[in-house]
Design a protein around this ligand. Sequence first.
Ligand SMILES: C[S@@+](CC[C@H](N)C(=O)[O-])C[C@H]1O[C@@H](n2cnc3c(N)ncnc32)[C@H](O)[C@@H]1O
Length: 312
Amino acid sequence: MTARGTSGSHVPVMLAETVEGLRVRKEGIYLDGTFGRGGHAREVLKSLGPEGRLLLMDRDPEAIASAQREFGADSRVRMRHATFAGLGDWEETASGLDGVLFDLGVSSPQLDEPDRGFSFQADGPLDMRMDPTRGPSAAHWLAEAGEAEIADVLWHLGEERMSRRIARAIVAARTDKALRTTRELADLVVRTIGYRERHKHPATRTFQALRMHVNDELGELTAGLEAARDRLNPGGRLAVISFHSLEDRIVKQFIQAQSSVDPVYAGLPVIPETSQPRMRRIGSKISAGEAELAANPRARSSVLRVAEKVRA
Ligand SMILES: C[S@@+](CC[C@H](N)C(=O)[O-])C[C@H]1O[C@@H](n2cnc3c(N)ncnc32)[C@H](O)[C@@H]1O
């Protein structure tokens, strides 16, 4: 995630800590699975020599168009419009990677553009797809999903205590007229649950849950972590920045599991090579420092975790 910058730009979170965590080597091959507008990628490139490679991915065609404009002429850079869960299908990754970065969530240009439908603060089509060329939009999903299904998504992904009430209101409203805009949904949530939390708009949790669902963000993350582990070379680093406790839990548990001996062999004197840990944790979780928080309040919930692959 990034802080809002001026229109079309954004401020990368924990830039120095992330690039340090990746331990970029001049001749290495690195993959940034969440290019956004290139805040982290640009910094990685500074440390790469002419033999190094930087592979860029983003599921948003606008992000890839921006990568093309900025780095299209750089012979060290390759780019692909795809989700990072499929990084292993990209032949550029076949010879192995020395570092992988995922900076999760949405970018400022996505949030700031009302037509993308991510924000309850501006009116726009209720879309929320990071890749608008694929899959159902939020409006489409809300028009078809069952009441219990909607409530489950709001409860699990938004931790919305009023999930059932909101789901009921959505289903009641759509029998009259389909919900088509961010304003219609935000107003419906306000009418249904009122203002309960002091510093939070009532629709915050609903929008977050829908966005995570429409983009299958947790499924992407789980698959992306496994794909990264498989493609990393021994000594290669994985760095993940998350902004949500559900994401961070997945990252933390993944690194823990990969850094542990298969429990079947716990306590035994000889552990087969194939059951030895595949990764090791590098340091503990990192949060943004005071100076960054002062300059960029949206870095507040960010957590960076780094791990290193230790065996093939
Ligand atoms: C927080 S921004 C990244 C910002 C970037 N680090 C920078 O400094 O400019 C997240 C980006 O990742 C993309 N994204 C999110 N999930 C993705 C996934 N599963 N696969 C590929 N791209 C993804 C979004 O479209 C968005 O452009």
